[in-house]
Design a binder for this molecule. Structure first.
Ligand SMILES: *Cc1c(COP(=O)(O)O)cnc(C)c1O
Length: 406
């Protein structure tokens, strides 16, 4: 389950949840029934007006939707090209888009009668959103986290515990995200009757990539309506950072049929182009299976999953959501990368131009906008999906950036 394979395996489930050749359901037999139960429950929930109206209520009154679309006038002037708008997912409760998905899955778990929630987390952001929703619904919450990540993200570990979650350290492998996912999968196999696995991005086996995307589609739906109201036309491009790919697909989805709108995903270029130094799956990766789904994976010639690096923990993963793999191969979306230094520079620029501190993940999208805006016309419109706020990154920023007068 943790090793990638260079060629696409053939199983009975190969047709379920496909995006072109990608996606599918590559899990042990013991999880098949649980995934089928989840798929069924999700389909029923979508058709139930009581479910959608409670979801809408919580997104509006608990999470803080709709989020604003903000014209970044000083950044636009500074770059001297396209007019730049920010989709402010950073203003949501808990500070990032992740809450959209956690509220959706929390409601679904309650509907399925599952009172125990497990999740995995790397930087701790998904763990915090999960712990938050479990407190809201009065559910038991267990979060798996690599011990290395726990050490690096001490404050988020404390935050989860304060919210009532149990954080379980994982020591195996590199003691980071992919090891925490393996451990969460093991827990799910054992406790599947009482437990819902709250997956944090558009990854994993079907139905997760589709379901998680649907819970984030609200981002693009709102942005499309907002830009039409404000400008009377569609944007030239919408730009989002891509870790697993949930904020990006959520922002892109409503625009996929609008052939004139460029969809630009920004991966983590890290500190170099060799394997192990970055998390740019479309630059150094190849198709393979990782943790339940078939997509692009950073792996060596023997199919061993490689280590990754990014200054932003949320982009630091060896695979990418399968729908992005399909959008990449079809050419409908473009994928580029921004490196650590460019993301740090974009953070400072946005802070000083607009008084907004982006999450280091989101700063990768800002970096790409800074690169292309000057090459475009003043009549061009860019939307940056600002997936989260930077408060969580102050420790890293204060180490990486020496400020004048400090
Ligand atoms: C987790 C996270 C990401 C990366 O996850 P996606 O599934 O790719 O969206 C991006 N931005 C922020 C602020 C995050 O917390």
């Amino acid at each position: 389950m943790s090793n990638a394979t260079a060629t696409e395996p053939h199983t009975a489930q190969a047709a379920a949840g496909r995006f072109g050749a990608y996606g599918g359901r590559y899990v042990p037999e013991t999880l098949m029934a649980a995934l089928e139960e989840l798929e069924r429950a999700y389909a029923e929930a979508q058709a139930d007006p009581a479910f959608t109206s409670e979801l809408d209520y919580l997104l509006r009154n608990y999470a803080g939707r709709p989020t604003p679309l903000f014209h970044a006038a000083r950044l636009t002037e500074h770059l001297g090209g396209a007019k730049i708008y920010l989709k402010r997912e950073d203003l949501l409760h808990t500070g990032a888009h992740k809450i959209n998905n956690c509220i959706g899955q929390g409601l679904l778990a309650r509907r399925m009668g599952k009172r125990r929630i497990i999740a995995e987390t790397g930087a701790g952001q998904h763990g915090v959103a999960t712990a938050t929703v479990c407190a809201l619904f009065g559910m038991e919450c267990v979060v798996y986290m690599g011990e290395e990540d726990m050490r690096r993200q001490e404050l988020n570990v404390y935050r989860m515990r304060l919210l009532g979650a149990e954080v379980r350290g994982v020591r195996s492998g590199s003691a980071t995200l992919k090891d925490a996912i393996n451990e969460a999968m093991r827990d799910w196999v054992t406790n599947v009757r009482t437990t819902h696995y709250m997956l944090g991005s558009v990854l994993g086996a079907h139905p997760y990539p589709t379901m998680v995307r649907d819970f984030h589609r609200v981002i693009g739906n709102e942005a499309r309506q907002q830009i039409l109201e404000m400008e009377g036309r569609l944007p030239t491009a919408i730009i989002a950072c891509v870790g697993g790919g949930s904020n990006a697909i959520g922002a892109f989805f409503a625009f996929i049929p609008d052939a004139g709108v460029r969809l630009i995903g920004v991966e983590a270029g890290g500190r170099g182009t060799s394997l192990g130094e970055h998390a740019a799956r479309f630059q150094g990766g190849s198709p393979g299976v990782l943790q339940g789904t078939y997509s692009y994976v950073l792996q060596d010639d023997a199919g061993q999953v490689s280590l990754t690096h990014s200054v932003s923990a949320g982009l630091d993963y060896a695979s990418i959501g399968p729908e992005h793999a399909a959008l990449h191969d079809s050419g409908r979306a473009e994928y580029v990368s921004a490196n650590d230094a460019e993301a740090l520079n974009a953070t400072v620029t946005l802070a000083r131009m607009e008084g907004i501190l982006p999450a280091l993940e989101s700063a990768h999208a800002v970096a790409e906008a800074m690169r292309i805006a000057p090459t475009l016309q003043r009549s061009d419109l860019l939307i940056i999906n600002l997936s989260g706020r930077g408060d969580k990154d102050m420790g890293i920023l204060s180490r990486e950036l020496k400020l004048q007068g400090a």
